[in-house]
Design a protein around this ligand. Structure first.
Ligand code: IVH
Length: 700
């Protein structure tokens, strides 16, 4: 093999630089700059050249992230500075006490002093130490017991957001960075989905998944796992290599931290780390005073369900390094930082029983009755078990100790069974053969996990659910008709279907438990008000299977009238946006049932009306905005776009998605873009949100 020409060497260097730049933008900043295909091409080219000229391969080449040989075991690594843990607080009072302690400890600080605090998410992953010398990643280690960890360099190198070479020039010659390795939820779910499809074992939760992935002896396995890192601190920092390393060991016993200061504040230190290519969590914020920390906690708690990684609280750090040094440490935790934990999202409790609940469409869902447990910030005593397959998969039984999960606002669910704690004599759950509410047969289609009651509206449970749905806010919006009241009304035999609601009298309602004249009258007023609606809402309220709000709106807009929908064939229905064969079949089936048509007839007789939306009807009705076409653009702040659209349609206007010479008005919300430009170019009347409100109000 011939030696590579200087031009080849140059090309290799240029490719590495370019690839590193693109992957920094992609993995660290989350700002992809070139299409994946372009990145892949450059990577391929570099791989080819390195294959041709192996002498050009360097450790820090982006092609060398995956090591080739599995390790026999992990070598121990002694941390020169211990990797600390954090004290915890669990409520505002304890947080205030933390702030108070700091003031008491520091001399000459007044009672009303406000510390600058840098607040970060407390990531639920695995702490690691990354050791750089002269800007190159030399070694990575787990936290271990804080003093001794394991050498996981091979595995850490596979994480694309860990720099192998630092950016810039002004980094210290020895730099130990600390951070948390996590598995993002998106990657975790995708990984599990694939594993399930291949019949392989799934990962239990993102934290264990991250830990397990880092403890693979074969880094090729780790490379397949979607891992990421956020860096939040430094360990050893020194300006000369060997000599200083030794001195830092001497100077830094377990309590000390006298390495070179990088910056005056934690915040600025993070900024420096970012400038060297480390990934810093974007939720990091520096605030003034402990009350602002409280606000940060609340904001992040609200944001928690939208984040792509698990967090279990916030970490609060005194920002000024000088103050940090004055405060020092107690045993293995800094005095200047604390973790304010969120309420746990996973708890264990006992499963008392399993009930089968019948939903609006007859779907029968197993529900776990639990010994009440505080999880995700609320007390939970019921949790969904989804379906029979899920019960079988987990082999969950009454009497079991189970893990309950409640993340964000989602319905609590039983995540898994702790089999070791199973008492003797438990019995496996058997599927019910009859509907628990009405005794009708249960059907289960071959390829469906769901069991269904075949009782239809004869089933009191289905009836109750369909009435609750009918009354709900996005349907007929009957104020004051809650779930409990619907159940009472059905149980007392006052109503059997939705049409019966409109025949209720003050006396009959007032006679119910916990109801009086006043609440009965209010309910009748609400029922009266609900009679004026839109076709889309009415369709949605009927509770046809698979017809959600969006489909109902599409149907209403497409057909314009209920009669047209009732008499539409499945073929006609398929013409509607988003309606496929299954939905079309459900709609056709619904209207083919005599009792459904009877209820609709009764509703109409009760006085339910909506404005017809067909173009013909709009003109016929002489509506004020008939023949006018509107385009809504930009973001509307005074009302939702949907509501604006409905209001316009009720006044007879057509709402179009694009601007043309046929457009009469363009309503321009905030940061309107190309549609506004086009409207200007075409000389179309443009009104802002306030003018739009005024226009609507004219007709109200
Ligand atoms: S700082 C000097 N910051 O929490 C304080 N730790 O309980 C050392 N953790 O082992 C840690 N997110 O695994 C810090 N933003 C964050 C963190 C964080 C998660 C973990 C870390 C550490 C444990 C301490």
């Amino acid at each position: 093999m011939s030696a590579p020409a200087p031009t080849i060497k140059k090309e290799v260097l240029a490719l590495r630089k370019q690839i590193n730049e693109y992957s920094y933008l992609y993995y660290v900043l989350d700002q992809p700059s070139v299409p994946d295909a372009e990145y892949d091409r450059l990577f391929q080219r570099l791989q080819n050249l390195e294959q041709q000229y192996p002498e050009l391969i360097t450790e820090d080449s982006p092609t060398q992230r995956v090591g080739d040989k599995p390790l026999p075991h992990f070598e121990p690594v002694e941390h020169q500075l211990p990797m600390l843990s954090l004290g915890n607080v669990f409520d505002d009072q304890e947080l205030m006490a933390f702030d108070q302690r700091l003031k008491e400890r520091l001399e000459g600080i007044s009672e009303d002093f406000e510390f600058d605090y840098t607040c970060e998410p407390k990531l639920d992953g695995l702490a690691v130490s990354l050791w750089y010398e002269k800007g190159k990643l030399i070694r990575a280690a787990t936290r271990g017991d804080g003093s001794v960890g394991e050498n996981i360099t091979q595995n850490i190198r596979t994480i694309a957001s860990v720099p192998l070479t630092l950016r810039g020039k002004d980094f210290p010659s020895v730099l130990e960075v600390r951070g948390e390795v996590i598995m993002p939820l998106g990657g975790f779910n995708a990984f599990n989905k694939q594993a399930q499809q291949r019949g392989e074992k799934t990962l239990v939760n993102p934290r264990n998944a991250a830990a397990g992935s880092l403890r693979q002896l074969d880094s090729k396995v780790t490379a397949q796992r979607p891992l990421d890192i956020y860096c939040y601190g430094v360990g050893v920092v020194a300006n000369t290599l060997a000599q200083d390393k030794a001195s830092s060991v001497e100077k830094n016993n377990h309590a000390g931290r006298e390495h070179l200061p990088l910056a005056d504040s934690h915040r600025d230190m993070l900024k420096l780390l970012a400038s060297w290519g480390f990934k810093i969590n974007p939720e990091t914020k520096t605030v003034k005073g402990i009350y602002a920390v409280k606000d940060y906690y609340q904001q992040l708690l609200n944001k928690r369900p939208t984040l792509d990684y698990d967090i279990d609280g916030i970490v609060v750090k005194v920002d000024k390094i000088k103050l940090q040094n004055q405060l020092g440490f107690v045993s293995r935790a800094p005095r200047w930082a604390v973790a304010y934990k969120f309420p746990a999202q996973e708890e264990i409790t006992r499963l008392l029983d399993i009930d089968f609940q019948v939903g609006r469409t007859g779907a029968i869902t197993p529900v776990a009755r639990l010994e009440p447990v505080f999880v995700g910030g609320v007390t939970v005593s019921n949790a969904t078990l989804h379906n029979m397959d899920e019960i079988k998969r987990m082999d969950v039984r009454p009497g079991d100790t189970v893990v309950v999960l409640r993340a964000g606002d989602v319905i609590p669910k039983v995540a898994r069974v702790i089999k070791e704690r199973r008492p003797e004599n438990t019995k496996a759950v058997v599927s019910p053969a009859q509907c628990p509410a009405c005794g009708s047969d249960i059907e289960q289609l071959e390829d469906e996990a769901v069991m269904r009651c075949t009782g239809g509206l004869f089933c009191p449970a289905q009836r109750k659910e369909s009435i609750k749905h009918f009354a709900s806010r996005k349907a007929m919006d009957i104020d004051g008709l809650g779930d409990k009241l619907v159940e009472q009304l059905v149980d007392e035999g006052l109503i059997a279907n939705v049409a019966d609601l409109y025949g209720l009298s003050v006396e009959s309602i007032a006679a119910l438990e916990r109801m009086g004249q006043k609440s009965a009258k209010n309910l009748l007023t609400a029922l009266e008000k609900s009679k004026t609606t839109t076709l889309a809402k009415f369709l949605y309220a009927l509770g046809i299977r698979e017809v959600g709000e969006a489909t109902a709106l599409n149907l209403a807009q497409h057909f314009g009238s209920l009669d047209a929908i009732v008499s539409a064939s499945e073929e006609d229905l398929l013409e509607v946006n988003d309606v496929g064969p299954i939905v079309a079949a459900h709609i056709a089936h619904f209207f083919a049932q005599a009792h459904n048509r009877e209820v609709i007839q009764a509703l109409k007789q009760a006085g339910i009306v909506w404005l017809d939306l067909s173009p013909q009807a709009r003109t016929d009705l002489n509506l004020p905005l008939a023949k006018q076409t509107f385009v809504l653009t930009g973001s509307l702040t005074l009302m939702s776009r949907q509501l604006a659209k409905e209001k316009l349609q009720q006044l007879g206007a057509k709402v179009s998605a694009s601007v043309s010479k046929n457009t009469d008005y363009v309503v321009a919300g905030e940061s309107a873009g190309s549609k506004l430009d086009k409207a200007i170019a075409l000389g179309i009347d443009i009104i802002d949100e306030e003018q739009f409100e005024k226009l609507l109000n004219q007709y109200n």
